[in-house]
Design a protein around this ligand. Sequence first.
Ligand code: PFF
Length: 520
Amino acid sequence: MEKKKTSFGTSIGFELAAAGSAVGLGNLWGFPYKTSANGGAAYLIVYLACILLVGAAAMLAEFVLGRRARANPVSACKQASESFGWFGLAAVVIPALIMCYYFVLGGYTVKYALNSFAGNAGNFPVFAGNAGDVILHTVLFALLALAVVAAGVRGGIEKTAKILMPTMLFILVIISSFSLLLGEGVSEGLAFYLRPDFSAMSWSGALSAMGQAFFSLSLGCGAMICYGSYSGKKVNLFRSTAVICILDSLLTFMVGLAIFPALFHYAAVSGVSPAALGMGGMGLMFITLPMVFADMPLVGSSLSLLFFTMAAIAALTSVISILEAVTQFVIQKFKIFRTRAALLVTAVCVALSVPVGLSFGAAMNGESLMNLFGRNLLELLDMITNTILMPVCALFACLAVGWIIGPREAVRTIAPEGDGKAHRLLGLMLKLVTPVLIVLIELFGIFDLIMPLENGVRRFSSGGCGIVVCAYGVLLLCALVYFAFLKNTNTGNNSDELLVDALEAERVKAGPSRGWYRPE
Ligand code: PFF
């Protein structure tokens, strides 16, 4: 019974769900504009190397934590060492924070997809400035995620991934093939994307690629611990990690194949330089691409519909892993029925995403609303989570598995049938290589926030400093709450969901509701 309800049914279901978590707006939005800003092909090569060097080992570490405990991130980290449980709590708080802006961005993709035939070009500030519209689409997107998570691991998350991931791949094949056939400008676009010029790559570009690889694999925020806890007993996690990393890299690569030839084609036919298109900026997906679609006679609207539907799918399969990581903890710690737990978490995060959406919308119109430390709330949350908190969490996951659980035991958890001398390499990666690289990402991220580069000169930023303090404040708060309230209490495991279900069934049989909270 436990197997039936609280684990993925097949390895491919698990791998597609985890790859779905990985492939998201980070790949569709973040990767193309960062690649443009950092010299094209060289960035792509460094990014792929980072997936291999930092991503794969950190992902294995998170899977090990989850699978050993078969529990939410707090219990999973606590099982490795009681004094490490605090970063498990951070791994539940971080996805909650990410959700508050991912709902907003997901809402934008839905809005853009629905608006494809009316035309999106030039409409970004109008969309962003319409509070009602932003809220409506944010809620719509959140409801989609809620529906999937409420249906459970196997009936919701796995089924959705099995349908949506191939759909996304199919759409991407259509768009990239079309883009490659556009003619004028395509070869320049391909050269930019595929012919490496390492002189255009700085150290900060390399570190940005490492951070991007990291975010793209959904590391350092509980999602992979949570999915690892649901992986079937027989699944070989070495194989799954390889499949997930390859799928994520392949899709990212194809996104570049879809976008760069089309952008260079548009630049060639409209007589503008590619740089003038704002390729290296955050507006690439929501501002530049709609212009490109609008300029294609006949097929532009259909391509726009396909592209933004794909973006909405990518965002959805990612956000469900974030929602699940928090929901899993709420179900297991507070013994609340899944639907109610998911609804509760979604409601809180949607409420918080409203100010985030409004603040972002105002910023996109050149105004400032509820800004903190000189940033709109979306940018602020992104920096706190992505730049500072996620690397810290992943670092502790590697250290916990490398030094406390140990590589031999880790390999037994990863591949129950044994895997030769894999523990030597894994030990080296988890104890040394990956932690050192993660510390580099963290230090660079902090340095860049405190001393940002402006017009070629680095200057102290008090706002950046405030963000760093705020992020470490969140970590401190997690540690305080953990040591005060969670360390010596039962934080649950996956089989609690079955217990809660049984109690719920009993309650329904017994008649009128006696509340939604179930004491242990
Ligand atoms: N990997 C997702 C992306 O590339 O957009 C983002 C993400 C998903 C981060 C899930 C964290 C997470 F838990």
